[in-house]
Design a protein around this ligand. Structure first.
Ligand code: CDP
Length: 257
């Protein structure tokens, strides 16, 4: 599927949106679900599961900021931890973000100029620069326009930092997720160790807390809870509990809207 937007051409090969057995059927009514919150609190995992259950599109907006960051790193636009703003602005038109349906995981992988970079964008090097790249106004305008285009027909779950406040302020359901920083760091650590990556717990913890601080205090679309967002602190919740909690909220919203 190709989508044309003011921000350029978004390539989206088969977003996961077909009905499969065992899915929750909420009838014809489709809503927008915005999931925002702090770094590494499992937003994408639960958002992905909810989208699958509903037959909705799932978009990890953080992956889009990570892909732009990867482009910057590869293009030598990050020097001594600082982003070359003019250089990036000049090259923005050369950055094409797409999604490719992964038959094995049944989710969309992110592509940068046609290359699947789903794994590479999760590396610590990208995590260390992404908040700076995401604080740049032109980058946000560039990606927000694409994200809004993806939600045009509703039936979408998008997770990030500004989804309920900037991208879809009209979203029918907004969830703001948080969890204790050490618990979040432990989860990210376990995830990386499971992928055989050599990581240091304290380094991960300091990256998470630094990104939280940066995201909350930046001028452009800072991370904050939308007034109408429902808070979900999942420090002591299992994945299944979070999933059921959100699904109940979705059913309630669809019934009452
Ligand atoms: O996976 P994790 O929660 O650590 O982060 P992510 O969702 O992959 O997002 C990476 C970074 O992108 C965040 O720390 C934010 O700086 C930025 N971001 C943003 O500014 N706005 C969004 N809608 C999503 C991510």
């Amino acid at each position: 599927m190709l989508v044309n937007s003011p921000a350029g051409r978004i390539e989206t090969n088969d977003y996961l949106c077909s009905k499969e057995p065992g899915m929750t059927d909420l009838g014809e009514k489709k809503i927008i679900i915005a999931v925002d919150g702090y770094s590494s609190c499992g937003k994408s995992t639960v958002a992905k599961e909810i989208a699958k259950q509903l037959g909705y599109i799932f978009i990890d907006s953080g992956a889009m900021y990570r892909a732009v960051t990867l482009y910057c790193l590869r293009a030598g636009l990050v020097v001594d931890g600082r982003v070359n703003l003019n250089g990036l602005e000049e090259k923005l038109d050369l950055i094409h973000i797409g999604f490719d349906f992964n038959e094995i995981t049944r989710h969309n992988d992110i592509c940068l100029n046609g290359e699947n970079v789903e794994q590479e964008i999760r590396q610590l090097e990208v995590a260390q620069s992404v908040s700076q790249v995401a604080a740049i106004a032109v980058v946000r305008r560039f990606l927000v326009a694409q994200q809004q285009e993806m939600g045009r027909s509703k039936g979408i779950v998008m997770d990030g930092r500004d989804i309920g406040t900037v991208v879809f302020p009209q979203a029918e359901l907004k969830i703001f997720m948080t969890a204790d920083p050490r618990i979040r760091a432990q989860r990210r650590y376990d995830e990386m160790v499971a992928k055989n990556e050599e990581v240091d717990f304290e380094e991960i913890l300091s990256n998470i807390t630094a990104r939280d601080r940066f995201d909350e205090n930046r001028e452009e679309s800072p991370l904050r809870r939308a007034e109408d967002a429902i808070l979900l602190d999942n420090s002591h919740m299992t994945r299944e509990e979070q999933f059921s909690w959100i699904l109940a909220k979705v059913e309630e919203k669809v019934k009452n809207s």
